[in-house]
Ligand binder design. Sequence first.
Ligand code: CP
Ligand code: NVA
Length: 327
Amino acid sequence: MVTINGLISDTQLTESSILAIVELAFKLKAQKKAGKGRPLLAGKNIALLFEKTSTRTRAAFTVAANDLGAHPEYLGQSDIQFGKKESLEDTAKVLGRMFDGIEYRGSNHAVVEGLAKHAGVPVWNGLTDKWHPTQMFADLLTMKEHFGYLKGLTVCFVGDGRNNVANSLTIGCLKVGINVMILAPKKLQPDVELTELAQQCAKKSGASYFITEEQSALNTVDVVYTDVWVSMGEESLYEERITLLHKYQVNQTLMDKTGKNSIFLHCLPAFHDLETTVAQKIQRQYGLSELEVSDEVFRSEASLVYDQAENRLHTIKAIMVASYYTI
Ligand code: CP
Ligand code: NVA
């Protein structure tokens, strides 16, 4: 029997709550495909606060709310008084009087914690600089769908090993018994706090946690995962990150060193070609046409990135349902 009071970070989750939400997402996905979705959140109003841009998270929360019979309302950074004329506490208390749930995406993790403290309704973290917990659920659902099990798999996160996506993936995986390897240069390896938490989770579940700069031991890896080298808000760091990470690109040479049936995951958006203005600017400045993942790997059969993106919807729906019902 599991119920959650919103979702702020991976630290609040237990193994059984993670597995129950993944199972519920499975069911909700099947129900939607069969045209049998139910309006479990009928009459609820959901605020979507975005201080950073988003495609998947915004779309997933919007469609999930609509599918569940709730009404989502997008409140962008420049639309509301928050941060300019109104404090976090006042904003949280006012929104909590009108809305039944609040999603927040922004930089400062303390903001989502403050919303949860003062709003009196479930608050969901749609990404902060520290955690991206809704992404982690989509990652686990994608692995479960593909392999049929989670415990005992080995995931290798390659690149900026201390970013929000890496943090949530690490803790979520270790809690359910998935081995985690972080392949990153020293400067971009997880900090002491995250490492200690990860070690505790690994000890509890019996999974292994391993941080390395070397592309050895990749033969045991089932899932190769990467994310952008420069996260939102870090745009001045391209040169430094390219210098640190160009040897950590996920390309076919790296994939060939991994397990025979390994898959590739990426939270997206990804810099794998020159079809964006940012990628074109980087190419002009640094001469690179692909960054964290090669176009070949991104488009390969091993790449499940679009299933993973779709699974944002089904898992966010499960997280919302688990915030109001015992599942
Ligand atoms: N993966 C993810 O969070 O994507 P968006 O930034 O588009 O929401
Ligand atoms: N680490 C990335 C994730 C985007 C979904 C960022 O924070 O920009």
